[in-house]
Ligand binder design. Structure first.
Ligand code: ADP
Length: 374
């Protein structure tokens, strides 16, 4: 038998009648009230009400009007890190283990829980672990140590500079797109193979320290930069693919009867910079420059989301480094989940409202993941 003929990208509806299968999944997570929220008097005004049983969020705009939005999931302030992982990230990780690319991202105003959700290490308290650690834990538990490898790159994107958090002297890593496949790579970024969870903690801790040091040096805060963890997986497949079956990444050039097939896939886990409008406080000099670039990457992410949600033929992914790195994550061939984080206080109503609208638009995006026939 010859090379399997690549079947055209099929909509999820062809597969099992579930047209939602490849849509970008969007969950909203509400942060518990904190001292800062309560510092503004006993008459704390909450603008968010959740209806988890019907996956809806009600946003109180003023005393007279409320708007209701439906998400794939809504997490209350009591939702555990484990549950958030299982709903938001686990399906993406499972698909990455089968050889597809995947992306999990957190978006929201600074202080609403993005880093808590995505980057919390929880070394001594496993219940606190965030998505990065849980995803690596999950992946390591599925790897065969003799035949499979898992490696990570850890980067921060700040002022349109891609800096390596595992080799911080590298501050301007280029982004290269393969002219044939369109696949994005970051040549020069460290790719460190990991063997166990202890090593994961070590590397993520080094990354966090380097992020902190870089931000201190540049006189900025980590909330102004995007942190991007790339997990590279290579495994030998035990699945038998029939001729005509659409294959996962990396398996295209193989003949169906050459076993084991080597499957390569990537999982991106992204803690985005704070989505708040940062020039409203009248920043000057360096801060204005910073605001422009942070706005550039998040604004162009927003533009891509709008274009994709409207099914526009032109998606402006080339406008910023963030959207170039995420090129495949929206509307591409990856499976993508987004968690948008919000705080409860009515003082931030306008930021909360714009975060929710961003999430609502992202829900309209359908990725072209190719589904393997069982
Ligand atoms: P961001 O990354 O969006 O700026 P953080 O993740 O740093 O926000 O969260 C701000 C603060 O709120 C941190 O002290 C964090 O521990 C706490 N926090 C955020 N979300 C939760 C949550 N779901 N449960 C408990 N504490 C939380």
């Amino acid at each position: 038998p010859g090379r399997p003929s690549p079947s055209p990208a099929r909509s999820a509806a062809d597969h099992d009648g579930n047209s939602d299968l490849c849509r970008v999944r969007v969950a909203v997570r509400l942060r518990p009230k904190n001292a800062h929220d309560l510092a503004h008097g006993a008459d704390f005004d909450c603008c968010v009400e959740l209806q988890p049983e019907c996956k809806k969020l009600k946003l109180k705009k003023n005393n007279w009007s409320c708007e209701t939005y439906k998400f794939d999931e809504v997490f209350s302030e009591n939702a555990s890190q484990k549950r958030v992982y299982e709903v938001v990230a686990k399906p993406v990780v499972e698909s990455v283990l089968e050889g597809y690319n995947g992306t999990v991202m957190a978006y929201g105003q600074t202080g609403t829980g993005k880093t808590y959700t995505v980057g919390r290490l929880g070394k001594d308290d496993p219940s606190e672990r965030g998505i990065m650690v849980r995803a690596l834990e999950h992946i390591l538990s599925c790897m065969s140590l003799e035949t499979d490898t898992v490696a990570i790159s850890f980067l921060q994107l700040y002022l349109e500079y891609v800096q390596d958090l595992l080799a911080p002297e590298k501050i301007n890593i280029p982004i290269v797109e393969d002219p044939k496949t369109g696949e994005v790579s970051l040549p020069g970024a460290a790719i460190v193979e990991i063997k166990d969870l202890e090593h994961v903690f070590q590397l993520l801790q080094i990354g966090e320290m380097n992020r902190h040091a870089a931000n201190t040096k540049m006189n900025t805060e980590s909330s102004r930069s995007h942190a991007i963890l790339i997990i590279h997986i290579q495994r030998s497949s035990r699945t038998k693919y029939e001729s005509g079956t659409s294959l996962p990444n990396g398996a295209e050039n193989m003949f169906p009867n050459n076993f084991p097939l080597i499957l390569k896939s990537k999982l991106l886990i992204v803690d985005l910079a704070g989505s708040e409008r940062i020039n409203k406080s009248g920043s000057e000099g360096h801060m204005i420059e910073e605001a422009k670039f942070i706005n550039l990457s998040l604004t162009s992410l927003g533009k891509c989301i709008n274009a994709l949600a409207e099914n526009s033929p032109h998606i402006p992914t080339r406008d910023s480094k963030l959207t170039r790195i995420l090129r495949d994550s929206f509307g591409g061939t990856a499976r993508t989940s987004l968690v948008v984080t919000v705080g409860p206080s009515a003082r931030h109503l306008s930021e909360t409202s714009s975060t929710i609208m961003f999430g609502q638009r992202a829900m309209k995006i359908v990725n072209k993941i190719r589904i393997k026939e069982e």
